[in-house]
Design a protein around this ligand. Structure first.
Ligand SMILES: NC(=O)c1ccc[n+]([C@@H]2O[C@H](COP(=O)([O-])OP(=O)(O)OC[C@H]3O[C@@H](n4cnc5c(N)ncnc54)[C@H](O)[C@@H]3O)[C@@H](O)[C@H]2O)c1
Length: 256
């Protein structure tokens, strides 16, 4: 990798792949990475037209951007997506596993299908995408994996046992992976944001959001722009001594 003199920045010359990039935190990370000089492979379930605002914003910042429509829980689709992204950009240096979903119900009412789908996207998807994209990183001696977990995976939350289980597992997955690859130059870390204003948060019930707001030390929900700098730091050389950590832009919802 050599930095691109025309696009200076902390990620100049890097190629980053971000899943769930069409909306919310993933869209913000894509834009933040482009602003720091990265080229981008952006992945989401939605049509390319629905992702157009994110693609246009990143291209407006000078990034070379490709879009890959894929369901991260589908092994075949993930393999095809990874091959297309690698063909387009030559390699992927930074992987952000951000795609995630959420439904809400008490455990006793929770449809098994909801449990299965949330675990499939949030946990299996993280495994599948990481497995295929991490493989060439050790030979290059440099790589970053950033998994977007959640503070609910650390402290739990009512009506979201599946989501909490998936995100707690993503944190454990990240620690185990970090131990496997750190000495080969690949650093894996997690970000566990608190409640951030996105369509995912909007989908929670008003009662749930009011209860969460009441217990948040900072007294407000976060903005996407308040989670993005943590991802930029971990992706860049500024993150060179972070291994298996879970960083928390969370408004004080978790204090370790
Ligand atoms: N917003 C919050 O309060 C909050 C807090 C903590 C953690 N998170 C996590 O941050 C991540 C991003 O969430 P967000 O709030 O930006 O949500 P969002 O709903 O705005 O964006 C999620 C994106 O993921 C995509 N996606 C969903 N399923 C997919 C699949 N199977 N394959 C590919 N793409 C898929 C969606 O189409 C969407 O574009 C998620 O992992 C979420 O769990 C969010």
């Amino acid at each position: 990798m050599s930095p691109d003199p025309k696009r200076p920045g902390r990620l100049s010359g890097r190629v980053a792949l971000v899943t769930g990039a069409a909306s919310g935190i993933g869209a913000g990370i894509a834009q933040g990475f482009a602003a720091e000089g990265a080229d981008l492979a952006l992945v989401d379930l939605v049509d390319e037209s629905a992702a157009a605002p994110v693609l246009d914003a990143a291209r407006g910042l000078g990034a070379r951007v490709s879009y890959h429509r894929a369901d991260v829980s589908d092994e075949k689709a993930v393999r095809a997506m990874a091959a297309a992204a690698t063909d387009t950009h030559g390699r992927v240096d930074v992987l952000v596993n951000n795609a995630g979903i959420f439904t809400q119900s008490l455990l006793e009412d929770m449809p098994v299908a909801d449990w299965d789908r949330v675990l499939a996207v949030n946990l299996r998807g993280t495994f599948l995408v990481t497995r295929v994209l991490i493989e060439p990183m050790p030979a290059r001696g440099w790589g970053r994996v950033i998994n977007i977990a959640s503070q609910l995976g650390q402290i739990g939350g009512t009506e979201v046992v599946h989501y909490c289980a998936s995100k707690g597992a993503v944190i454990a997955f990240t620690k185990a992976l970090a131990r496997e690859v750190a000495r080969r130059g690949v650093l894996a870390n997690a970000i566990a944001p608190g409640p951030i204003q996105t369509p995912l948060l909007d989908a929670e019930t008003p009662a749930w959001r009011a209860a969460k707001l009441a217990e948040l030390p900072i007294g407000r929900f976060g903005e996407v722009s308040e989670a993005v700098p943590t991802a930029v730091m971990l992706a860049s050389d500024d993150g060179s001594y972070y291994v298996g950590q879970t960083l928390g832009p969370n408004g004080g919802d978790v204090m370790l």
